[in-house]
Each structure stands twice: as structure tokens, then as C-alpha cells.
Design a protein around this ligand. Structure first.
Ligand code: SF4
Ligand code: SF4
Length: 320
């Protein structure tokens, strides 16, 4: 039996909504098949008011063993470091978070806001928001770079806006069944099993990427979304085209560019007008190139690709 407590800070509830749609395994499977005891969750918990406070206090005092603490949303520090703009159960949420992280065996940051600040921490960051152990790319965040849960791991970051539900349930199962030691984490503390490959890995538009054929409108079935519509698939670590959404699709399959939501810099360009859904270029070369490709290599690659492009690459080859 693993006890899980889940709280929400500066958040839109998107990761909770995503989690409730999990299928492999589902949220119910966590309880019925994997022995998890969800002590409280913002959308599932039946307790209110003092009864929630009692659960939190029992976790802090050790009356209830806190195996996994899941935090969704940013840690809000405003105004002036007090955290008063985000109160919960009678005190600033950030005070609960600090103390609960100290007693939990494992701490999981869920979604971009909890991992590195996400949209709330975008400049000018009016809520003075931080992720649990990062602020954007900088290690540290609210808990500090040296923080480790009682079981010895740093915060396990599951980013995304929102995170895919099965990334969440599968990581919770791994922890609850004693396999946390198998979780290799990358430099941003993301489980490598999900975040080592790219969004582009498995994208159905890879052939169009290779021949530099561009998609020019949302939902167009042919072409690649990199050249005009700002797709960040070649430089974003996510399994969105390996572990499909709702088992059937992904953004790029539906004709919508990847916005890079699993990377610390999301939202890119701080959402400046004209930067979203548009490839930023300098002299016709994208400012952000596929990971590992330099400018010279890109010019050579795309020149050769254009020259070698077969006629079918401009056709809609998908049959409904
Ligand atoms: S750039 Fe985007 S649309 Fe094009 S192949 Fe890569 S992931 Fe797919
Ligand atoms: S396709 Fe890109 S923007 Fe969409 S969920 Fe995956 S990583 Fe995030």
C-alpha cells in the first residue's frame, strides 16, 4: 500500500483533468490493482475544511506515512515572499509544500508549472512563481538544488502542459511497486523512459520533414509543420508520437505544431506577439534548429532534400 497525497498550487487543474483520463493504467487501476491509497486529491478528495487539514497534519506528524507527494501547479511566493496569494487549509500553500516535501519518501512535480514554473512564471511573473526544484532552466526552484525526498531521489519531474495521463500513472506505479530505482532521470530530472526521444520520433510527417515540404495551414494533412508553423518536434523531448493521446493521435498528427511544452523554456519567446505558431527565421534559416544540427548542416541538408524531393511529397497521401 502506498499513500499518495496530491495538492495544487498556481495551476489550471489541467494535469488533474489529464490524469483522470488515464487508461494505461487508469486512475481506478492505481487503487484497485496497484494498491495505492489516494489520501486526498483536489478533484477526488471527499474531505473538506478541517478534515483536509487533519490529513495534512497527520502526514506531517507521521500518524500517516506519506509515501508519494504529488504537486501540481507553481509554488506562489507573492506578495513579498509570503505566499499569501495562494492560501490553502488555513495557511500559505508554500508552507504546506515545504513541510510535506520534507516528510515524503518521493516528491513528484506534475506539469510544467510544478516542474519549472510554466506559464505563471513567464516574465513578468506577477505571482513570483517557482517550480519545485527548477525555475525555467535553473536548478534550485522552491526547494533548492540539494533537495532529496526521504527515499533519496530529487523531485521527479513529469512536465507537459498538461502531462500525458499515462506518463503520470506509469511513474506512480513504478514508485508504488518499489521500482523507483529503475527510473533514470535526465539533467532536468525527467524520467528518461519518456523524455529521451523527441516529439518527432514517430511523427507521421517525418517524410515531409526529410524532403522539406511544408504544412502551411493548421490541420493540413500533408507537409511538415517545422518550416512555417513553428513545430518544435525536432528539439522537444517527449513521447507524444510514441504514446499517443487518447490512444489515437498527437498534435502533429492532427496538424497542430508541437509547442515544446515538455521543455523548461515553455512558453517560448514569452508568448510575444507573432512568435506562436510561426517559425522564427534569420535570412530564411530557422533560429531554432533541430537538436544537434548546426546552421551549415541545415543548409546542406535542406538543399539536398529539396533537390531530391519526389513528386508525391507534395500530394496528400493519407487515405481516410
Ligand atoms: S517538425 Fe513537427 S510535424 Fe515535422 S516531422 Fe517533426 S514533429 Fe512532425
Ligand atoms: S506535442 Fe509538443 S506541445 Fe504537444 S503535448 Fe507533446 S511535447 Fe507538448
Amino acid at each position: 500500500m502506498a499513500n499518495i497525497l496530491w495538492l495544487q498550487g498556481g495551476a489550471c487543474s489541467g494535469n488533474t483533468m489529464s490524469f483522470l483520463n488515464a487508461e494505461e493504467p487508469s486512475a481506478c487501476d492505481l487503487v484497485t490493482d496497484f494498491g495505492m491509497n489516494i489520501l486526498w486529491q483536489p478533484s477526488l478528495g471527499v474531505e473538506l475544511g478541517d478534515n483536509v487539514k487533519k490529513i495534512l497534519k497527520d502526514c506531517l506528524s507521521g500518524v500517516i506515512k506519506l509515501d508519494i507527494f504529488v504537486f501540481e501547479g507553481t509554488v506562489v511566493n507573492a506578495p513579498n515572499g509570503t505566499g499569501e496569494w495562494n492560501r490553502f487549509a488555513g495557511r500559505p500553500m508554500k508552507d504546506w509544500v515545504r513541510e510535506l516535501c520534507d516528510v515524503a519518501d518521493f516528491v513528484v512535480a506534475l506539469g510544467d508549472c510544478a516542474t519549472w514554473g510554466g506559464i505563471p512564471a513567464t516574465a513578468p511573473n506577477p505571482t513570483d512563481s517557482q517550480g519545485l526544484q527548477f525555475l525555467k532552466r535553473d536548478n534550485g526552484g522552491f526547494l533548492g538544488a540539494d533537495f532529496k525526498g526521504k527515499a533519496g531521489l530529487p523531485v521527479i519531474n513529469i512536465p507537459g502542459c498538461p502531462a500525458h495521463p499515462d506518463w503520470v500513472t506509469q511513474i506512480l506505479v513504478a514508485i508504488a511497486t518499489g521500482r523507483a530505482g529503475d527510473l533514470a532521470l535526465d539533467e532536468f530530472q525527467r524520467p528518461k523512459t519518456f523524455f529521451q526521444s523527441f516529439t518527432q520520433t514517430g511523427c507521421t510527417r517525418n517524410m515531409h520533414f526529410a524532403y522539406k515540404v511544408s504544412t502551411t495551414e493548421f490541420a493540413q494533412r500533408k507537409g511538415c509543420l517545422f518550416y512555417d508553423l513553428g513545430c518544435r518536434g525536432p528539439m522537444t523531448h517527449s513521447p507524444c508520437n510514441r504514446i499517443l493521446w487518447n490512444r489515437v493521435s498527437s498534435k502533429t498528427r492532427a496538424g497542430m505544431p508541437c509547442l515544446g511544452c515538455t521543455e523548461p523554456e515553455f512558453p517560448f519567446f514569452d508568448l510575444a506577439p507573432g512568435t506562436v505558431f510561426k517559425t522564427q527565421t534569420v535570412m530564411g534559416i530557422p533560429k531554432d534548429l533541430p537538436t544537434g544540427v548546426d546552421k551549415k548542416g541545415y543548409i546542406k541538408l535542406t538543399g539536398a532534400a529539396k533537390a531530391a524531393m519526389p513528386a508525391w511529397a507534395e500530394e496528400d497521401i493519407f487515405v481516410v
